[in-house]
Design a protein around this ligand. Sequence first.
Ligand SMILES: [Zn+2]
Length: 270
Amino acid sequence: MGIPVLIMGFSGSGKSTSMRNFGKNEIALVNVNSKPLPFRTHFTNTINSDNYADITAFIKRQTTKIIVIDDSQYLMLNEFMRRSQEKGYQKYTDIGKNFWELIRLTEHLPPDVVVYFFQHVETGEDGRLKAKTVGKLLDNQINVEGMFTIVLKTLVVDGKYLFATQTDGTDTCKSPYGMFDSMQIPNDLKSVDNVIRSYYGFTEGEKCTQCGNEILPTKQKTIQEIVDGSTKTYGKKMCWACVMQEFKRRKEAENSAVEGVSGSTCQEST
Ligand SMILES: [Zn+2]
């Protein structure tokens, strides 16, 4: 059973950009609206389609463990537009069922496959920001977030692009307890994917050589940045908490060394 993950956010808030650190063979991309990507990498395994049968066949034949559907909301919207002349509720039932089946497809994939659904957002009836669908009649058929255990939301704070990992009460974000230890992390899908894989035991995560804990992203830094930074500065892979401790320890040692020097100078002058 694979894992479906919902990444939701406004247009231009960093959903597609979050794929930037994947190598060209690392993911399979379903490009629903044949949209150009906001970075240089051209992913080798790409399908430009909003046809469920084609997408399902594409996903089933992938050997890569990471699949991205960008932007899955257009699957619903495009079908809705194509059937705009139809009266009655049947189309909502069909649109809901088709989308539901695509999410359910994940259950039939190998257990270490993660499928990321990128989705736009809208304000729901309860005032919270939720995954965008094609309206209330569709929402009566299917609760999109209800089908996901992991729902992240893009955020732009002070010009920085982030993912929220837990709800702040105004949205439908969620993630399992202990998966992320920060409410906000950089919008790096590769870093997110590493965390999910090590949480479920698919891979060994990056471990801190100081305390043995897993290295998790912080609000400011991805796993890779923490690993690179601590290796460069301290010569070993360390988690952010240990980096901060080490930084403080060295700072204090430096300060007491300075005090020692000025102290001795003082003694000499008297
Ligand atoms: Zn540590």
